[in-house]
Design a protein. Structure first.
Length: 202
């Protein structure tokens, strides 16, 4: 009887583990359907009568995002968004919110020269051998010691948009050879999605 219960426990647990990613996908799709799909279709239905086709609202949102991506990639679109940015800078509260949003979007941007974070490093902030993931935003010169310090952002888990700023020496860091995208995935997932190794520096 004991072996039977052990057998049942093992395979029920394995079945649960197998179902977790499927259930998460179902929950994500349902969330998108409730928060995006139904509301977009309901909004359009106020002006034009449309059929309730599952996924239509999400498809329309993706098409709109695609068109916006094309627009901001040309000169006219950039001028339009630059105009919006100039207007937002003249409104105190809106300016702060817009700048935060802009910095977050630039951090995730894949455009060369636009990405806020330059690379990912492991930083020993407390000199105790405990390393944390940090994103390099730039460097600053210490006029007293003539040392160059790295400006690093240490995000909180699982929200990478909040965290702490540290100025560290390069000797306090390890370059794991990870991309910024890999570092962000590691933070957002709580290290569940993580690079397999710390690569050797070339």
């Amino acid at each position: 009887m004991k072996k039977l219960f052990q057998h049942l426990r093992v395979y029920i647990f394995r079945g649960l583990l197998a179902m977790i990613p499927i259930l998460l996908c179902v929950a994500a799709v349902r969330l998108l359907y409730v928060l995006v799909d139904k509301k977009v279709v309901a909004l359009i239905d106020k002006f034009v009568e449309v059929r309730q086709i599952p996924g239509l609202g999400i498809l329309l949102v993706l098409v709109c995002l695609y068109l916006i991506g094309i627009i901001v990639s040309n000169m006219v679109g950039r001028r339009f968004f630059n105009f919006i940015e100039d207007v937002s800078r003249r409104m105190p509260i809106i300016k702060a919110i817009y700048q935060v949003g802009r910095q977050v979007s630039d951090s995730f941007s894949d455009e060369e020269g636009k990405q806020t974070f330059k690379k990912v490093l492991l930083v020993d902030c407390n000199h105790n051998g405990v390393w944390t993931v940090a994103f390099v935003a730039g460097s600053i010169q210490n006029e007293q010691t003539h040392e160059s310090l790295l400006r690093v952002f240490v995000p909180t888990v699982p929200n990478p948009t909040s965290g702490f700023i540290f100025l560290v020496k390069e000797s306090q860091t390890i370059d794991p050879g990870w991309s910024v995208e890999e570092g962000i995935k590691m933070v957002v997932s709580g290290s569940i999605i993580s690079p397999k190794e710390i690569k050797k520096s070339s």
